[in-house]
Design a protein. Structure first.
Length: 332
């Protein structure tokens, strides 16, 4: 009887301790334009936070930016209410984060896709060019017209980095291939315009492209829809988008935003928080290409072997992927 009572008390104490930890650990996520349901970049962050919540029972708060002024407001409001850590999603949050993180030096912050050099900030960036190289190689092997396309969201160096890696991978497979490139716009609205994405994709199809890769957030859903409507192939980005149009999405260039968010929350909860910069590429499983039941019929064994060989060659250093953001040029 005493043993049972003791065991029961221990179990109750464990439950109470877990509950107390859940109450004192209060994380938050601030998304940028497109929001948690953009089916791409922001949604990947949401999935990472959700994975953490489902595994630990710790709920998180989040906020979807509707205009630029809300970035700073959301970060400051969360910090004032004692939420910690606070993860910001997207390069555009950097200026607001730098200001607010200085105001709350005891609060832990993280940012995905930018670097903020402060002692209480973890900056998480990816080698998007490496993942884009792989899907560019696949696009070149899949095309029947020897012409492929790229639709970017906001015209910024980060998206040029995607485009350059894509072109390098395509020309690695077929040196004479033509790559058509368009950017959607120069403001944050470029991430949230599926109609414009569809228009740009259709214009590229009209010019002979039969595979189009997007790096455009919610705008990119229009690209994939146009590819499905036209009987062409699209390539998804950030999240695995193969399932959106089975048989029409050749593959997706996946960024491990979900993994990075989950790891950041876990590190903070377990007392393993570190500031500084984390750079995630193929070697760290930070980027990859998607292969599943939805695109399996589109990827033959030669394509699969070629992309896996390219992946190994990039990791080993045999193939060096050019980083547009180093010198603002793309030699391909």
């Amino acid at each position: 009887m005493k043993t049972t009572t003791i065991l029961g008390a221990v179990a109750l104490a464990a439950v109470m301790t877990t509950g107390a930890m859940a109450e004192t650990f209060k994380p938050a996520v601030v998304y940028d334009f497109g929001g948690r349901n953009d089916r791409s970049f922001n949604e990947a962050a949401y999935k990472g936070a959700l994975q953490f919540e489902e595994r630990t029972g710790v709920k998180f708060r989040d906020f979807e930016i509707q205009n630029p002024s809300q970035r700073e407001q959301a970060l400051r409001n969360f910090a004032r209410r004692g939420l910690d850590p606070i993860i910001t999603i997207g390069f555009a949050q950097a200026a607001a984060l730098e200001k607010v993180a200085k105001e709350f030096p005891d609060t832990h912050f993280a940012i995905v896709d930018a670097v903020v050099d402060l002692p209480n900030v973890r900056s998480i960036v990816f080698k998007e060019g490496e993942g884009s190289f792989l899907v560019g190689l696949l696009a070149a092997m899949a095309t029947e017209s020897n012409t492929i396309g790229f639709v970017g969201g906001m015209d910024i160096p980060l998206i040029r980095k995607f485009a350059c890696g894509y072109k390098q991978g395509a020309k690695y497979a077929k040196p004479d291939i033509e790559v058509i490139e368009n950017m959607t716009g120069t403001t944050g609205a470029a991430w949230t315009d599926p109609l414009k994405g569809g228009e740009l994709a259709r214009s590229q199809f009209a010019r002979g492209a039969d595979v189009v890769f997007h790096a455009a957030g919610l705008t990119g859903t229009g690209v994939l829809q146009a590819a499905a409507d036209e009987g062409k192939l699209g390539i998804g980005v950030d999240s695995n988008q193969n399932h959106l149009h089975p048989g029409s999405v050749l593959t997706s260039m996946i960024k491990g935003v979900d993994v990075a968010v989950d790891k950041t929350l876990t590190d903070a909860q377990e007392g393993k928080w570190t500031s500084g910069v984390e750079v995630l590429g193929l070697a760290e499983n930070g980027v990859s290409w998607s292969y599943d039941e939805y695109n399996k019929p589109l990827i033959n064994e030669d394509m699969k072997s070629a992309v896996e060989q390219a992946k190994m060659d990039i990791i080993s250093g045999k193939v060096e992927v050019h980083d547009y953001m180093v010198d603002s040029t793309c030699p391909f």
